[in-house]
Every structure is written in C-alpha cells, then in structure tokens.
Ligand binder design. Structure first.
Ligand code: FNR
Length: 191
C-alpha cells in the first residue's frame, strides 16, 4: 500500500510541512510506503479556463495528479487562511479535478491541519472537505488539528505533547486500517 502525504503550504518553515513529515513517519511505522510532498513541488498558475482550453492543465497539475493516482490513500496537511482553505491549495484541487478519470474520485483521504492559533486550523479542514467530497473523495470522518503548532514540535520533529501524539497515531492507524480493508475488498471484487 502506498500513501501520498501532501503539505498544503509552500512555505519553507511551514508548520503543516512539519506535521506532514510527522504523519509520514507514522505511516511508515505502520507499514505502508510513503510519498511525501508539499505544494511548492507543484508550482501552477491560477486556474484559467482559456489557458486550459489552449494548452490544457499545466505540467505541475499533471505531476500532482500522477502522485495522487499512484497512491491508495491521500493525507493532506493544510493551513487555515481566514477561516477557510488556502487559495493555493484550492487552486491545485481545481486544476487536478479537470483530469479524466477524475483523480480524487473514491480516494481515501485523511485531513490534518496545524496552526499557531488555538483551534489548530480546523475550520480550514471543514472548508477543504467540501470540494473533496464533491469530487467523490472518501474523506475520513475524523480529522486532526494541531493548535499552538509553532511550539508543538520538538527539535527532532516529534510532538512534544504525548497525549496529542497518541491521538494522532490512533487516528492515522485507524485510517490506514480502513484503507487496507478497502484495498483488499477492491482486489477481491476484481477477481
Ligand atoms: C493566516 N493564519 C490563520 N491561522 C488560523 O488559525 N486561522 C486563520 O483564519 C488564519 N488566517 C490566515 C490568513 C492568511 C492570509 C495567512 C497568511 C495566515 C495563520 C496561519 O495559520 C499561519 O501563518 C500558519 O503558519 C500557516 O501554515 P504554514 O504555512 O506554517 O503551514
């Protein structure tokens, strides 16, 4: 099984990149292969219907599509901007949604967020659920939001709070159990 973990921020010092790396480590511990990336790996222009009609989606959108398609599951670590999903991440979702077959369809997806604020970016995740569920992604009901994220990580990249670390591990493990059961079911169906 392969899991694609995407940090929805381009910033080099991003707390969501830290969270994505931490989650990637949990996934590796649990067994599946991990592909870790962040939005800066996929620089793309703002969606433009004329550009799409002329040249099609940009190469970075195709590259992101390929990485999503190559995995059985997707984890997105997203910042919250103005109580919603950051425009750059929504833009990436919009471009990728233009491919056929539509890459988010039936994709098992876990959403996590990190923010220096007290709510940890949770409102952004609720906003991100809307387009993903619209596109047919199977967005895991439980989400994880890391509050006070600028002080939450140790120098080694671990989570300083043992209780939070345990909750995140349990969330990731439960999500991976579901993905594994789903993958097994699909294999049986194809026989
Ligand atoms: C923010 N930030 C923010 N944080 C939050 O918890 N709720 C919010 O509504 C917002 N709004 C917001 C808008 C804009 C335009 C910016 C630039 C920032 C702060 C944000 O959580 C913080 O910058 C994080 O560090 C961003 O995540 P990364 O890039 O560190 O992963």
């Amino acid at each position: 099984m392969r899991v694609f973990v995407l940090a929805g921020s381009s910033r080099s010092g991003s707390v969501n990149r830290q969270l994505a790396s931490y989650v990637a480590g949990l996934v590796t511990q649990a067994g599946p292969a991990v592909d870790l990336a962040h939005l800066a790996d996929f620089p793309m222009p703002a969606y433009d219907g004329d550009a799409e009609a002329g040249q099609g989606p940009p190469p970075a959108a195709a590259a992101l599509r390929d990485r999503i398609e190559a995995a059985q599951a997707l984890v997105i670590a997203s910042p919250e901007y103005n109580a919603s999903v950051p425009g750059v991440l929504k833009n990436a979702v919009d471009w990728v949604s233009r491919f056929r077959p539509q890459p988010f369809k039936d994709k098992q997806t876990l959403l996590v967020s990190a923010s220096p604020s007290m709510v940890g970016g949770n409102r952004g995740l609720w906003a991100l659920r809307v387009p993903l569920e619209h596109l047919g992604a199977r967005v895991y009901p439980d989400m994880f939001s890391l509050a006070g994220a600028h002080h939450a990580f140790t120098e080694q990249g671990g989570l300083a709070d043992a209780g939070l670390a345990q909750r995140l591990t349990e969330t990731v493990d439960a999500f991976l159990d579901l993905v594994e059961a789903d993958t097994r079911y699909l294999c049986l169906q194809r026989r």
